[in-house]
Design a protein around this ligand. Structure first.
Ligand code: 5GP
Length: 120
């Protein structure tokens, strides 16, 4: 029951190299890059290489190797950015109530300073 995927959403265009990004990490499964409007000292987005709108679409419809490779990449990026010891926060917005703006599944990675309490 995958939602229709808009091939021209901004993250699809970043994946195709049509729009530049500040790349942090790239492999066969995922691309990680700095958020253009950072909400923390470190604010990185990690997106899978595939046409998945939401967290659920990704987890249900993506091949097992992609799901595994994607989430391992999130962990690798946190490690490479030196956030493991200090700590960090992951967030994924899904759908209207969560104000998901870009219809390509992504995980936000926040860190670099002591974060406030999670408000919601
Ligand atoms: P959402 O609300 O969909 O979870 O978050 C989308 C995120 O993408 C926002 O934090 C926003 O700042 C970021 N973003 C939107 N457009 C671009 C862009 O063109 N480049 C980058 N690097 N980030 C973007």
């Amino acid at each position: 029951a995958r939602q229709p995927y808009d091939e021209n959403n901004i993250f699809a265009r970043i994946l195709r190299g049509e729009i530049p990004c500040r790349k942090v990490h790239e492999n066969a499964f995922a691309l990680a890059f700095h958020d253009i409007n950072p909400q923390a000292d470190v604010h990185v987005l990690v997106i899978p290489k595939g046409p998945y709108v939401s967290f659920a679409d990704f987890c249900v419809d993506a091949p097992d190797a992609l799901v595994t490779g994607f989430f391992r990449t999130v962990a690798d990026v946190a490690q490479e950015l030196g956030l493991v010891e200090s700590g960090y926060r992951l967030l994924a917005n899904a759908g209207v109530h969560a104000h998901q703006e870009v219809p390509h599944f992504h995980v936000h990675l926040f860190g670099g300073h002591a974060l406030g309490p999670m408000l919601v």
